[in-house]
Design a protein around this ligand. Structure first.
Ligand code: SAH
Length: 265
């Protein structure tokens, strides 16, 4: 791997949620640049002695790229460690293009995204048969403008699972946009702060109406995933729609009734 830059997904926080491949690359690396605010420093536990380990917190994009290029051009094995999966809100391509321009070899190791870790924290499934089979990973418009057709009210019209990144300070807008898209004020919402972080994870459950108040009470205003989905809370449903559909006899006799229930919920 010498002279190559690996973009490695560190996972959502728990150091054990990095992939085996990512961990092995860290162990071989001569230089590691990690994204400070979210990547747990514990992920550094596998770096070899003498490895240059630096936090990119105070660096801008040009400085980050210059650091990676300098190390790679010395023939070092370089790892850029990023939170969650590098391909989601990770500025991956902005960093890869200058490396390509220098003829530096690049590799990417996927990571467990905070969307998946948050669902796991809440023991939730993002898809359920007959409920929703679609997941949208998105964000509310902040400083980064949303492309045409991707505003939250437009996306929310699908009534599928929505995982909202980078939006915890914009819960008021989330509420308004989802109501505009026809969601019920009682629709369940899951917010997970620092999903998978040992001793730091917080799980907040509420509805579109009260989730903002609940998050405020818990002082959650960063590093949080918002999941709005018709699947939230399914663990407590007395009748899981799927099980009826799989029971041959039951679904034969009650297929119509089952179908009706699905559409009423
Ligand atoms: N690439 C990352 C996302 C980076 S954008 C990934 O795949 O998860 C940063 C946003 O990700 C935060 O605003 C928050 O919405 C979410 N996030 C990152 N880590 C998180 C965690 N441990 N728990 C909850 N949300 C997290």
């Amino acid at each position: 791997m010498s002279g190559k830059v690996w973009f490695v997904g560190a996972g959502p926080g728990d150091p054990e949620l990095i992939t085996v491949k990512g961990r092995d690359l860290i162990a071989q690396a001569d230089a590691i640049l990690f994204a400070g605010s979210l990547v747990s420093q514990a992920a550094m536990r596998w770096a070899k002695p003498g490895c240059a380990v630096e936090d990119s917190k105070g660096m801008d994009l040009e400085q980050i790229v210059a650091w990676l290029i300098e190390k790679a051009q010395k023939g070092e094995a370089v790892v850029r460690l990023q939170t969650g999966d590098p391909g989601l809100y990770g500025a991956l391509i902005e960093m890869v293009q200058p490396l390509d321009a220098q003829g530096i070899d690049v590799g990417v190791v996927p990571g467990v995204s905070s969307a998946m870790a948050s669902a796991a924290a809440g023991v939730e499934s993002l898809t359920l048969p007959e409920v929703t089979q679609t997941v949208i990973l998105t964000r509310v418009e902040g400083r980064t403008p949303m492309p045409e057709g991707e505003s939250l009210p437009e996306l929310a019209k699908h009534h599928c699972t929505l995982c909202l990144f980078l939006s915890i300070t914009l819960l008021k807008k989330v509420q308004a946009d989802l109501l505009e898209a026809g969601w019920s004020p009682d629709a369940p919402v899951l917010v997970v702060h620092k999903a998978s972080w040992p001793d730091k994870e917080k799980i907040i459950r509420g509805t579109l109406t009260d989730i903002r108040e609940k998050c405020r009470a818990e002082k959650i205003n960063s590093q949080a995933m918002i999941i709005v989905s018709p699947t939230i809370g399914a663990r407590d449903w007395s009748e899981l729609k799927k099980s009826k559909l799989y029971d041959k006899n039951f679904s034969h006799r009650f297929r119509k009734a089952t179908h009706k229930t699905v559409h009423e919920s």
